[in-house]
Design a protein around this ligand. Sequence first.
Ligand code: IDP
Ligand code: MG
Length: 153
Amino acid sequence: MAERTLIIIKPDGVQRHLIGEIIGRFERKGLKLVAAKFVRVSEQLARRMYSVHKGQSFYEALVAFFTSCPVLVTVWEADGVIAMARKLMGPTFGFDAEPGTIRGDIGCSNRYNLVHGSDSPESAQREIALFFKPAEIAEYKLGDEAWLYAKTD
Ligand code: IDP
Ligand code: MG
């Protein structure tokens, strides 16, 4: 099975009507969407999702932000998808991110940076399991996989 990553359109992306813009970037890249749900995340789940940041000055505010309205939680699949998605997103803070990236093109904030993406295979596995049962993740082929994923000599 190809690598998977968890991508979430965060509350600022939803409030700023940017769901389609952000999802479109991953879609146009050629990554395969295999799961999606639009949910209001509970405080308990938000705390688990961001548990690595517990104790940081921004942790409580991050949990409050993340639970402030529904978010679009998605899973994408492709070889190398974790690194590709992080490159498309750009670095954490919008004011540092290069034009051409999601955070660089459509945000300027530190906390309100539109999108979450898993940062390693271990994080992806843990985060996907927080939101999806295995049966909720689709298995299918894209008609253009031969074009999209060819790595020729
Ligand atoms: P990432 O989303 O690029 O992986 P992380 O360091 O994992 O960044 O931080 C998780 C989230 O916490 C960020 O996306 C951002 O929303 C928020 N955050 C991180 N650092 C700060 C900060 O210094 N001030 C305010 N919010 C922060
Ligand atoms: Mg992170």
